[in-house]
Design a protein around this ligand. Structure first.
Ligand SMILES: NC(=O)c1ccc[n+]([C@@H]2O[C@H](COP(=O)([O-])OP(=O)(O)OC[C@H]3O[C@@H](n4cnc5c(N)ncnc54)[C@H](O)[C@@H]3O)[C@@H](O)[C@H]2O)c1
Length: 460
C-alpha cells in the first residue's frame, strides 16, 4: 500500500476516526441524494408579509403528506429560573422555507433570526434551510438592497452552523419570476439532487425559460471518466442523446461510456483548431443534416499545479488552452447562426469552473485563471445570446472525488474534504445533477455559476 492509502486508511479506521475527532474533525454524515424529498414536515414562514409567489410555488410542488407544511411554533415557555425559552418544534423538520420577499427594513431581519433559531436544531439530517428574497440589484432603496444582501450573510453563516449534512441556500427572485419558475428551483433545492449545493445564492433571471430544442442532443466534453462521465450518464438517464467526447488516448474508456448510455463517442482533442467544426460534423453525420445541439457541457479540464515561482510557459499554456481557450473557440463555431450541427436557438451552454476560480489557490495560478475565465465567459456570453434564447450557466465544483483529485497529496485531500461545511468531498453525480438542472428549459437561471462544493472555502 502506498503512503496515500496508509494515511487514508488510518484516518478512516476506528482509531483514526478517534484521532480525527480529537483534532476537532467531526464526522461526516452520509448525504440524502437523488430525487428523495425531506422525510419530515416542511415549515414555511413569512417575514414582513407572505407573498403569493412563494405560496403558489409551494402549492405547485405538490408535496406528499409526509412533507406537509406546518407553521413555525408560536408558543414560548420559561425555564425554572424564569428565563424565556425560544419556541421549539415538537419533532424534526425536513426543511424550513423562509419567505423574505417582503423584507425591506433592518428590523425585518429580527424576524428571520427568530424563525431560524429553533429551526437550526430541529432540521433533520440532510434537511434544508431555504430563504427566498428579492435580488439586491433591483431593490427600490438602499436599505432594501442592504437588507436583501444581509440575508445572503445569514444564509452563509447558517450553512456553516447546520450539522448532519443539512444545507442552507438563498433564492433571489426576479421581478418577473413566476410560481412555476420558483417551484422548479425549490424542487431542486429540497430534493437530494442538490445534496452538495450549500451556502449558495441562486439568482433567478427573467426570460431564461423556454421550449426545449428537440431532439435532445447533448455534447459532453471530457466524458471518458470522472465528472464528465457522470454528466453523460445523467443526461442519458434523463432521455437525452449524448455525444461523449474525449481525447483519442482515452478512446477505450470513452467507448465504454458511450456504449453504456447508447450515445456516440467522438475522439477529439478540444485544443485542435478545427475542434468546433469536428463536433458539428459529427452531429450532422450521426443525427442528420437538420440536427442541432440542444446543450453542450464543457467539462474537459486539466491541472498542471506549480507555485508561480516555478510555473513555466508550458504548464501555463496547457491549462489555459484546454480549460478556457478551446471552449471559447468551440462556442464561436457552434454559435454561428444556421450552422449545421451547431447550437440550436433555445439551447444551453454550461461551463465547468472551479471554486479555485473564486478563491484562488496556492500552486494554481494557471488553473484559477482558466476557471475564473470560464466564469467571465458565462456572464458575457449569456448577455450576448439572450435574444436567441440561448442560456449560458456554469458550475464551480469544490472538492469532488475523482481521478483528478486523487492526484492531490493525501493530507491536502483530507483538509479539502473537512474544510467544507458538509465535512466531506462531493461525488461526480452531485455535479452532474446540478448541470442537468441548469440545462433544463424550465430552470430560470442565466449567466450564473453555481458552486457545487458543500460550502468549501479553498485557498490557504
Ligand atoms: N474533481 C474536482 O474536484 C474538480 C473540482 C473543480 C473543478 N473540476 C473540473 O471538472 C472537470 C472534470 O474534472 P474531473 O475531476 O472529472 O477530471 P478528470 O481528469 O477525471 O477528467 C477530465 C477529462 O477531460 C479529458 N480531457 C483533458 N484534456 C482534454 C482535451 N484536450 N480534449 C478532450 N478531453 C480532454 C480527460 O481525458 C479526462 O477524461 C474539469 O474541468 C475540472 O477542472 C473538478
Amino acid at each position: 500500500m502506498n503512503l496515500d492509502g496508509i494515511i487514508s486508511g488510518v484516518l478512516n479506521s476506528g482509531p483514526g476516526k478517534a484521532v480525527a475527532a480529537a483534532l476537532g474533525f467531526p464526522e461526516a454524515t452520509p448525504l440524502r441524494r437523488g430525487e428523495a424529498m425531506p422525510a419530515n414536515p416542511l415549515v414555511v414562514s413569512a417575514v414582513g408579509g407572505a407573498s403569493t409567489l412563494v405560496a403558489d410555488a409551494l402549492r405547485t410542488l405538490d408535496l406528499d403528506a409526509e412533507a406537509a407544511v406546518v407553521d413555525v411554533p408560536e408558543a414560548r415557555s420559561t425555564d425554572e429560573n424564569g428565563r424565556e425559552r425560544p419556541p421549539a418544534y415538537p419533532g424534526r423538520i425536513g426543511a424550513i422555507v423562509v419567505d423574505a420577499t417582503a423584507a425591506a427594513r433592518v428590523d425585518d431581519l429580527e424576524q428571520v433570526r427568530a424563525v431560524l433559531r429553533p429551526a437550526v436544531r430541529a432540521v433533520e439530517p440532510s434537511g434544508r434551510v431555504i430563504i427566498v428574497a428579492g435580488d439586491p440589484a433591483t431593490a427600490s432603496d438602499v436599505e432594501g438592497a442592504a437588507v436583501r444582501q444581509a440575508l445572503d450573510g445569514i444564509m452563509r453563516s447558517v450553512g456553516k452552523e447546520l450539522r448532519g449534512g443539512a444545507t442552507s441556500n438563498l433564492v433571489q427572485v426576479a421581478d418577473g419570476s413566476t410560481a412555476d419558475e420558483l417551484a422548479q428551483v425549490l424542487r431542486f433545492l429540497l430534493s437530494g439532487r442538490s445534496a452538495y449545493v450549500d451556502g449558495q445564492p441562486l439568482v433567478l433571471a427573467d426570460g431564461a425559460t423556454g421550449p426545449r430544442p428537440e431532439p435532445r442532443i447533448v455534447v459532453v466534453t471530457g466524458a471518458a471518466r470522472g465528472i464528465g462521465a457522470a454528466i453523460a450518464r445523467r443526461f442519458a438517464a434523463d432521455g437525452a442523446t449524448v455525444v461523449a467526447l474525449d481525447v483519442p488516448i482515452a478512446g477505450e474508456a470513452l467507448a465504454g461510456v458511450a456504449n453504456e448510455i447508447r450515445g456516440t463517442a467522438l475522439q477529439l482533442d478540444i485544443t485542435v483548431p478545427d475542434a468546433g467544426d469536428r463536433i458539428a460534423q459529427h452531429v450532422v453525420e450521426r443525427y442528420g443534416p437538420d440536427a442541432r445541439i440542444g446543450a453542450i457541457v464543457h467539462c474537459a479540464g486539466i491541472l498542471r499545479d506549480k507555485m508561480l515561482a516555478n510555473l513555466d510557459e508550458k504548464r501555463w499554456g496547457a491549462v489555459l488552452q484546454v480549460n478556457l481557450a478551446a471552449q471559447l473557440r468551440i462556442n464561436d463555431v457552434l454559435l454561428r447562426p444556421g450552422r449545421p450541427g451547431g447550437l440550436a436557438d433555445g439551447s444551453r451552454i454550461i461551463g465547468v469552473a472551479s471554486t479555485s476560480g473564486w478563491a484562488g489557490n496556492k500552486g494554481q495560478t494557471n488553473y484559477a485563471a482558466s476557471k475564473a475565465g470560464v466564469m467571465g465567459m458565462v456572464r458575457a456570453l449569456s448577455a450576448q445570446l439572450a435574444d436567441r434564447g440561448i442560456v449560458v450557466n456554469g458550475v464551480a465544483p469544490g472538492f469532488i472525488e475523482t481521478d483528478m483529485t486523487a492526484s492531490i497529496p493525501v493530507i491536502d485531500r483530507e483538509i479539502f474534504r473537512r474544510s467544507s461545511s458538509l465535512l466531506q468531498g462531493g461525488r461526480p453525480a452531485d455535479v452532474a445533477e446540478t448541470i442537468v438542472f441548469l440545462a433544463d428549459p424550465g430552470t430560470p437561471l442565466n449567466g450564473q455559476v453555481l458552486r457545487v462544493c458543500g460550502q468549501l472555502i479553498v485557498g490557504r
